[in-house]
Design a protein around this ligand. Structure first.
Ligand SMILES: [Fe+2]
Ligand SMILES: [Fe+2]
Length: 181
């Protein structure tokens, strides 16, 4: 029978050595999730995603497509605003000395939410629907310029733990997207 030599040597070291070498799948996965966990990278990716949707909205003449895009834009922005308000902004208030900038950001969020609520209760083809989406896009453009041009660089050079904050936001984002789906 085969249970002879190896069975008489229960040596954990030799068992470890005997393990076959694995490929690089694990390390690739680790690198990918580490990149996704940076808070600023996550928020910038959200900004780009929503900008693309606004551009698609601007190009289409199809009402069904407009309705789908408007709904996606509103959901994405609500989730994005919520993870910033719940997690990123409070951490930034602690870490940077620029309360005016953060106060402005909160007011801009409130204005955007008003418009989002109006868009969510109307349909393509109704008066001002397209204009509301366009103006929301302009609001968001302005807000994103301030975040990426002023707030994020201040956060980047502060002591904020961007990886931990990013991981928290990624988890919360998943939760909120699932709840709104
Ligand atoms: Fe943002
Ligand atoms: Fe924001």
């Amino acid at each position: 029978m085969a249970a002879t030599k190896t069975a008489t040597k229960p040596d954990p070291k030799s068992a470890t050595r005997a393990k076959p070498k694995t490929g690089s799948r694990t390390s690739r996965r680790t690198r990918a999730s580490a990149a996704a966990q940076d808070a600023i990278a996550l928020l910038k990716a959200d900004h780009r995603e929503v900008k693309t949707m606004f551009e698609q909205f601007d190009k289409t003449e199809d009402d069904a497509e407009k309705a789908t895009l408007a709904q996606k834009i509103c959901t994405a922005l609500k989730v994005h605003a919520q993870i910033e308000e719940e997690i990123f902004y409070p951490a930034a208030y602690e870490a940077i000395d620029d309360d005016d900038l953060l106060d402005e950001a909160e007011v801009e969020h409130a204005s955007a939410k008003d418009l989002i609520a109006q868009i969510e209760t109307s349909q393509p083809g109704e008066p001002l629907f397209d204009a509301k989406v366009k103006v929301l896009g302009e609001y968001i453009d302005h807000h994103v310029k301030e975040e990426e041009g002023e707030l994020f660089p201040e956060c980047r050079s502060s002591k904020m733990d961007l990886k931990t904050i990013g991981a928290l936001m990624a988890a919360r984002k998943q939760e909120l997207m699932a709840a709104m789906a």
